[in-house]
Design a protein around this ligand. Structure first.
Ligand code: NAG
Ligand code: NAG
Length: 123
């Protein structure tokens, strides 16, 4: 599929990139949710240097975040649009988050706790 070729090209560029990736933003509002997105996230998760991550999907392409997304433990800024968190696990915590923006993200209360760093600011 041509649309996924675009994402494949982005993935290839990422593979060729040496050095840390601090910020990653992908806006695929006109593209279906294809497996390349998860490959990209898996790649970023292998070297968890990413601090700012944005994924904007189109309204009808609600993307299920892969488990590897939860390895991005250095995230300080997160923006998600039209995504879904289906994983149900309380072991993950994004402890460095200072900015969180969810737009039409389906998530359970249980998982929302992973993004809640309130108690870290109690000092
Ligand atoms: C992994 O991150 C370190 C910095 O933390 C960077 O120096 C290194 O090049 C990165 N490796 C890859 C394969 O991206
Ligand atoms: C939210 O996502 C659902 C499922 O993909 C979609 O049907 C709905 O139109 C979206 N709503 C908005 C306001 O984007």
């Amino acid at each position: 599929m041509i649309k996924c070729k675009v994402l494949h090209a982005i993935y290839t560029v990422l593979l060729l990139h040496h050095g840390p990736v601090l910020e990653f933003s992908l806006c695929v509002s006109q593209l279906p949710s294809c497996c390349e997105i998860d490959q990209i996230i898996l790649h970023l998760a292998k070297n968890t240097t990413v601090e700012k991550f944005s994924l904007f999907m189109g309204v009808s392409y609600n993307h299920k975040l892969p488990k590897s997304f939860f390895s991005l433990q250095k995230l300080t800024h997160l923006n998600l649009k039209n995504c879904a968190v289906e994983l149900q696990s309380t072991i993950f915590r994004f402890e460095r988050l200072t900015s969180l923006c969810f737009h039409n993200v389906s998530i359970t209360k249980k998982m929302l706790i992973s993004f809640n760093t309130q108690e870290l600011h109690s000092d």
